[in-house]
Design a protein around this ligand. Structure first.
Ligand SMILES: Cc1ncc(COP(=O)(O)O)c(C=O)c1O
Length: 429
């Protein structure tokens, strides 16, 4: 089932994203969607561990020192901050759940891996994802030997029509779509948002075909304009959404705290939902045992300090990311404004990523050439593609750059692109 050659190259993308800036230290890197460090209140957040301990101690009628020692011990597999996390996702994301339906995970990455393993346990079970998609789900599926099937965007077809076409084709091959992984808000890598009508239609289709939806809403808190759409989990009347969540972008990646929330009844079956959570918990107990309780306490303490909502805390970062999106779009208009150049891009309403389409191929060799000779690192969209397609698109991550860096980076990228469009890529030295 493993797809040897593509899988090897796809598995390298995550490390590549983390390391490429070190290879070209003088280059401006639009490669990785890291949150901006100036918004990390590390010292303050570490102090919030004590706040969590006081809270924990008062609910257990013990002293804070005992609570702190308990954190240093092995802990319950499903987590110790479940009630606080449930409160936050209820408040900020409209995902109303009891703490018992939630498993605290080591980042969203573990939530993805555990959900896939639990849902796709039988031979022929496959997971669907939009193409291109987040490399983390590709890697998790490859690692577990689960087939990931791409849903290609087709301008003439609606999302539910694409789902119907793909599930029908799979059935003919004796395979079964068990899950559909989707990032409905400010998708990584494309930056797009799924419409409300499509959300409703996806839910209906998945419910009637018993396909669980893995809703990953990593970037939802970072909306720049327009009204927030309800999450699929909030709209779910059928019991088909497993909600995936993380504090990597709202706080910082080093906390490695996220969660998965199972529906109250999986397709109307309460026992099936309990079994799903039990299976994820069993797998976790051998994978990471439990998520670091120090890190959970840090997140829990911040949630206590913020009265259960991260809106206040994420507002300054959202303003920064919006300004960066504006700078990036302005620079693109300055350098590629003329339609004759055949370069086009979207204007994301939030999140960390923008997609650009080029009139020439931009894959690994072009990325290297642009980085080494022009000093701008840009990710080929084909790196996120499930079948190597989208070879003339690129992803710009604008979250961790200053305005000046964006201006400089786009000037360099534009010099490269213009040289390519003119039929050559001379070095600017
Ligand atoms: C869509 C998406 N999901 C999940 C993650 C990873 O989250 P975590 O750091 O919590 O594992 C990322 C990180 O970039 C992401 O873009």
């Amino acid at each position: 089932m493993k797809q040897a050659s593509t899988s090897t190259s796809q598995l390298g993308v995550m490390n590549f994203l983390n390391e490429v800036s070190f290879q070209y230290p003088a280059a401006v890197s639009f490669a990785s969607g890291r949150p901006r460090e100036e918004f990390f209140d590390v010292a303050g957040w570490i102090e919030s561990i004590a706040r969590f301990c006081e809270h924990d101690a008062s609910t257990r009628h013990e002293d804070a020192a005992s609570s702190l020692r308990r954190l240093a011990q092995y802990g319950p597999t499903n987590g110790v901050i479940n009630a606080l996390v449930a409160e936050q996702i209820g408040c900020d994301e409209g995902v109303v759940c009891s703490p018992e339906r939630l498993i605290v995970t080591t980042g969203c990455q573990e939530a993805i891996a555990l959900s896939l393993q639990a849902l796709c346990a039988d031979r022929g079970d496959t997971v669907l994802a939009l193409n291109p998609t987040y490399i983390g789900v590709t890697g998790a599926a490859i690692g577990a030997g689960i087939e990931l099937q791409p849903l290609d965007s087709d301008p003439g077809a609606s999302l539910p029509a694409l789902l119907a076409r793909k599930t029908g084709a799979l059935r003919e091959q004796g395979k079964r779509a068990r899950a559909f992984y989707v990032i409905p808000e400010f998708d990584n890598p494309t930056g797009t948002v799924i419409t409300l009508d499509d959300r409703r239609a996806i839910l209906e289709f998945c419910a009637s075909n018993e396909i669980a939806i893995l809703e990953d809403n990593t970037y939802r808190m970072f909306r720049f304009e327009g009204d927030a759409r309800p999450t699929l989990a909030e709209l779910d009347e059928y019991g088909c959404v497993v909600y995936l969540h993380t504090y990597s972008k709202t706080l910082c990646p080093a906390v490695r705290v996220g969660c998965a929330v199972v529906p109250k009844t999986l397709f109307g079956d309460a026992a099936a939902s309990r079994n799903l959570l039990a299976s994820m918990s069993e797998n976790k107990s051998f994978l990471t045992v439990n998520t670091s309780q120090f890190n959970q306490a840090l997140v829990g303490g911040v949630l206590l300090a913020e009265n259960g909502s991260l809106q206040r805390l994420t507002r300054p970062a959202t303003g920064f990311y919006r300004a960066n999106r504006d700078t990036l779009v302005e620079c693109l208009e300055t350098h590629f404004g003329s339609e004759s150049e055949g370069v086009s891009w979207n204007r994301p309403e939030g999140g960390f990523f923008l997609t650009l389409e080029l009139p020439f191929e931009f894959a690994a060799p072009e990325m290297m050439e642009c980085a080494s000779e022009y000093g701008a690192i840009v990710m080929p969209m084909s790196f996120f593609s499930l079948d190597g397609s989208y070879r003339n698109r690129v992803r710009f991550a604008y979250s961790n750059l200053s305005g000046d860096e964006i201006r400089r980076g786009i000037e360099r990228f534009a010099a490269y692109a213009r040289a390519k469009i003119a039929g050559a890529a001379p070095c600017i030295a």
